[in-house]
Design a protein around this ligand. Structure first.
Ligand code: NAD
Length: 491
């Protein structure tokens, strides 16, 4: 929605280019807080001239930054991490206001993102390269070089964490960076830019450009940007990946998810209840790692009752945050509306959740729907809300067949007290991140983050060593100084 007629009293949010706030002439895109539905800003929508300016600023900054030794480059990242930790409450409140999650969840996401800064600070140890005397008197070595100006396009659901998956490694590797955050959460991105400069990052090394689809397309087509990482929904990830590749860029695009948690009858019921609820309803289910389908193997009635009891204790509005837009809230509710007609049973109904939160906020409470079939929309679509669908099966193989058939492949988890079942699941689940008695199996750095199948387009993961490889290219140097090197025919 774009503001038109009456002048609206909301702050204008400009791009952050070369350390400066750059605004647009047009009305901008309206930004609402999910907590109370209020208009909290008008964010600029970059035109081609602003994007060109941003790319040329980043290219100019790259001249100096790319030849700054990595040990010097990371000094401001140490400082940045410290500043973010000291001001985590302030950052958490900014995130909560624009995204709708609780401040505690916002700070947890920030801290998870800061682990990647920690990894980036270790890059002097990892970028050392290799050298070998490959023939008598002839040395071969590899060195990794930055790509130049690179970009990241990010979703609404983790306004700090997802950008943090990208820019610390990219910058530490010597690139200059352009972040295009979701137009629904523009405030956090600009704050991160300010804090990076406060930490000593030279202006122009990290820039933020705001906008919607047109801005993304211009960015993907821009010949001055060498590589782009994207995180968002699968249909957009697929098209962004293809467009970027067609424009000659290095691309990695992470997409959506439909994560299965398999519960065996021998699982610890208390652990299952608290973990499955935390996974399905944390961040109001708006997580690419959320458990969305629980596959109950054998007799799990008592366990399901415990999950239901636990879900009913979660306070919507205080312990569980809001949904990003009213449109998303209505879409989520429509899945619950349709459950009865499918023959499924609504055990906990989030549409009826009581809340002390603002009545204009976009809330849905935890919802649990039993007797869902594998072919139902409840079991197939990425609902991206606090809705847990339960499918009943008799064996672990049946559960795996359901998990394997879904087109996504971000995460899959099993709850069991039997090592053989866990090992079998780990071996046969068709996803990039597996949990055993862990409901949100996000690997901690340096283990990298990334899914499989339609949850990822491109090669490799987004963080860890794969991130380092994505944002760099290797140069191989072969050297002979001695005329009498007795080198063989290859030299
Ligand atoms: P989204 O796909 O709507 O938007 C992501 C980004 O793409 C935003 O910056 C947006 O401005 C831009 N965009 C939107 N429509 C576009 C279009 N038609 N063309 C080009 N660009 C466009 O995603 P979202 O709703 O912001 O975030 C939720 C989605 O992100 C979920 O599907 C979730 O699973 C996914 N996600 C995945 C991961 C992962 O690691 N795989 C992590 C977080 C979120």
């Amino acid at each position: 929605m774009t503001a038109t007629a009456s002048p609206v009293q909301a702050p204008r949010i400009g791009h952050h280019i070369n350390g400066q706030n750059v605004n647009s002439e047009d009305g901008g895109i309206e930004v609402y807080s999910p907590l109370d539905g209020s208009l909290i800003g008008l964010v600029a929508n970059a035109d081609q001239a602003q994007l060109d300016h941003c790319v040329s600023v980043a290219a100019e900054a790259a001249k100096e930054w790319s030849v700054t030794p990595v040990k010097n480059r990371i000094q401001c990242l140490f400082k940045f991490k410290q500043i973010c930790e000291e001001r985590s409450q302030e950052l958490g409140e900014i995130i909560a206001k624009e995204n709708g999650k609780t401040v505690a969840e916002a700070i947890a996401g920030l801290n998870k993102g800061l682990e990647v800064v920690e990894y980036a600070c270790s890059l002097p140890q990892l970028l050392v390269g290799q050298t070998l005397e490959v023939s008598k008197g002839v040395d071969c070595s590899t060195r990794r070089f930055p790509l130049g100006v690179v970009a990241g396009i990010t979703p609404f659901n983790f306004p700090a964490m997802v950008p943090l998956w990208m820019f610390p490694i990219a910058i530490a590797c010597g690139n200059t960076f352009i972040l295009k955050p979701s137009e629904k959460v523009p405030f956090t991105a600009n704050k991160l830019a300010e804090l990076l400069e406060e930490a000593g990052l030279p202006k122009g090394v990290f820039n933020v450009i705001h906008g919607d689809r047109s801005c993304v397309e211009a960015l993907l087509d821009h010949p001055g940007i060498a590589a782009t990482a994207f995180v968002g929904s699968t249909p957009i990830a697929r098209s962004v990946y293809q467009r970027g590749i067609a424009a000659g860029k290095r691309m990695l695009a992470l997409g959506g998810a439909k994560n299965h948690v398999v519960v065996m009858p021998d699982a610890d019921p208390e652990l299952v209840a608290s973990n499955v609820c935390a996974s399905a309803f944390g961040c109001a289910g708006q997580r690419c790692m959320a458990a969305s389908v629980m596959v109950a193997v054998g007799d799990c009635d008592a366990m399901i009752q415990k999950i239901v009891d636990y879900a009913k204790t979660i306070k919507t509005g205080t312990e569980m945050g809001a949904i990003i837009t009213d449109e998303s809230r209505q879409r989520i509710c429509s899945y619950i509306d349709g459950a009865g007609a499918l023959g499924a049973k609504v055990l906990v109904d989030g549409r009826e959740a009581e809340t002390n939160a603002d009545e204009n906020g976009y809330y849905v409470g935890p919802s649990i729907i039993d007797d869902v079939q594998a072919e139902h929309n409840l079991a197939c679509d990425e609902i991206f809300g606090p809705v847990l669908s339960i499918i009943r099966v008799k064996t672990l193989d049946e559960a795996l067949a359901i998990e394997n058939k879904n087109p996504y492949g971000n995460a899959a988890a099993i709850y069991t007290s039997d090592g053989a079942s866990a090992r079998y699941f780990e071996q046969h689940a068709n996803a990039g991140m597996i949990g055993v008695n862990i409901g949100v199996p996000v690997p901690r750095e340096p283990f990298s983050f990334g899914g499989w199948n339609d949850s990822r387009f491109g090669v490799g993961d987004i963080t860890g060593d794969d991130g380092m490889r994505f944002w760099t290219q290797a140069k191989k140097v072969t050297v002979k100084w001695s005329a009498n090197s007795q080198s063989n025919w290859m030299s």
